[in-house]
Design a binder for this molecule. Structure first.
Ligand code: PLP
Length: 407
């Protein structure tokens, strides 16, 4: 009797479990301070300041909420426009629309998928108030170009650093590029606490208002520091602070940041090295960060076209590999069309999105699992045509030395 070993499907992402996480959670639950801004919030915030170089850190309930806070804090409203990449997560655009302003969706660099400063320059108009950048996959945008553009035009520079936590290179530290930055600690991110985030503040002048906004519009933070003798409603705000339970997990994870990054980079490097020849042969393009600088948040490759992307995704699915495409460009989505606008058609972003596939990447992946992904990718060869091709067509294909699907 033969037995077929059924192998477990390899997911795209799996949350990291830090040593000390459970013990810290138990300590919170056994104590009297479970709500926000306790000892673990202080400890996790300090670790984030050390890691990013941001002078001030406020933990938030999500990256989305940090984005909402920063959009509110720069005071944009009806009649204002904020420029952002069309190839990004919806939260950055929601934040702009919730503040009453209009998102203007701009095209990507064809290699990195990041916001293209040339296209941004063309989109700046009299209503533009801010530029919102996002480092896709933890590959830094062209930081000096955006700093120059915002300085020249008197605009705010906002940073969605959900993918680039702790990255320093080429003279920039991500998270400190603009006045404020948002981090996400959703469980798909390099460091997580289930759901959570942080607002990183480099501009001192917004700190006090940010604290008030985060604490339901009250000056409770100043009260706790003994700076005011009672706290009251001071300004508009909401409840943006996470409980100590989230902070306890986040703190334990941040302690292991180097371990997490070590694992992620090891897997990333294997994909880059061991798929290079396959990619060359198959006309695919592997993720190739300028200067090799990236935060190992994800590994993507670009197929020749949308049809091959779909074929490749089905192939990996059949091999038990949880690969996935990524963002649907916002300008082409239902809400993007309703609430935002474009200046020119973001054609590079559309091409990028329809060719992109992400491979599984998470710290606890075993060498065997990485092997399986690599083997499955390499097994993606010519796709059998639905109807048998005529002999003449086959001969023509063979003479070019190319698989027809890749032509
Ligand atoms: C995850 C993510 C967000 C949202 O963060 P949440 O913590 O899930 O709210 C925003 N932007 C980008 C680029 C992200 O990857």
């Amino acid at each position: 009797m033969t037995r077929v070993r059924v192998e477990q499907r390899i997911p795209l992402s799996k949350p990291f479990h830090a040593a000390g996480e459970l013990e810290q959670l138990e300590r919170v639950l056994a104590g009297d301070h479970v709500h926000g801004d306790g000892a673990f919030t202080a400890s996790a915030s300090e670790r984030l300041r050390d890691l990013t170089g941001a002078p001030h850190v406020l933990l938030t309930t999500s990256g989305t909420h940090a984005l909402e806070m920063m959009t509110r804090l720069i005071g944009v409203g009806p009649g204002d426009e904020v420029i952002l990449p069309t190839f990004t997560f919806p939260s950055a655009a929601n934040a702009v629309v919730l503040a009453g302003a209009t998102p203007v969706f701009v095209d990507s660099d064809p290699v990195t998928g990041n916001l293209d400063p040339q296209h941004v320059a063309d989109a700046i108009g009299p209503r533009t108030r801010a530029i919102s950048i996002m480092h896709y996959g933890g590959v830094p945008v062209d930081v000096p170009a955006f700093q120059q553009l915002t300085a020249e035009h008197g605009l705010h520079l906002l940073e969605d650093n959900a993918h680039g936590l702790g990255l320093a290179g080429d003279g920039v530290r991500l998270g400190t590029v603009g006045a404020m930055a948002a981090q996400s600690f959703h469980d798909t991110k390099n460091v997580h606490c289930g759901e959570g985030g942080a607002l990183l503040i480099s501009d001192e002048t917004v700190l006090l208002r940010a604290e008030i906004m985060r604490e339901k519009g009250t000056d409770r933070a100043q009260f706790l520091r003994g700076q005011v003798d009672k706290y009251s409603w001071a300004d508009l705000g909401s409840s943006y602070l996470p409980s100590e339970l989230n902070a306890a997990v986040l703190d334990a994870q941040l302690r292991e940041f180097d371990v997490i990054q070590g694992h992620r980079h090891r897997i990333w490097d294997r994909y880059a090295a061991e798929l290079a020849e396959w990619a060359h042969d198959r006309g695919a393009t592997l993720m190739d960060p300028p200067g090799g600088v990236h935060a190992a948040h994800l590994f993507f490759l670009l197929l020749p076209d949308a049809g091959v992307q779909q074929e490749f995704l089905r192939h990996l699915q059949a091999h038990g590999v949880g690969a996935a495409f990524h963002y649907v460009p916002l300008h082409s989505s239902a809400a993007g069309r309703r609430y935002g606008r474009v200046v020119t058609e973001p054609q590079h972003a559309v091409r990028f999105a329809e060719r992109l596939v992400r491979l599984p990447l998470w710290p606890a992946m075993t060498d065997d699992e990485v092997d399986r992904v690599i083997t499955a990718v390499r097994a993606f060869g010519p796709v059998t045509p639905a109807a048998p091709a005529a002999p003449a067509a086959l001969a023509a294909t063979a003479s070019t030395g190319q698989d027809s699907i890749w032509a």
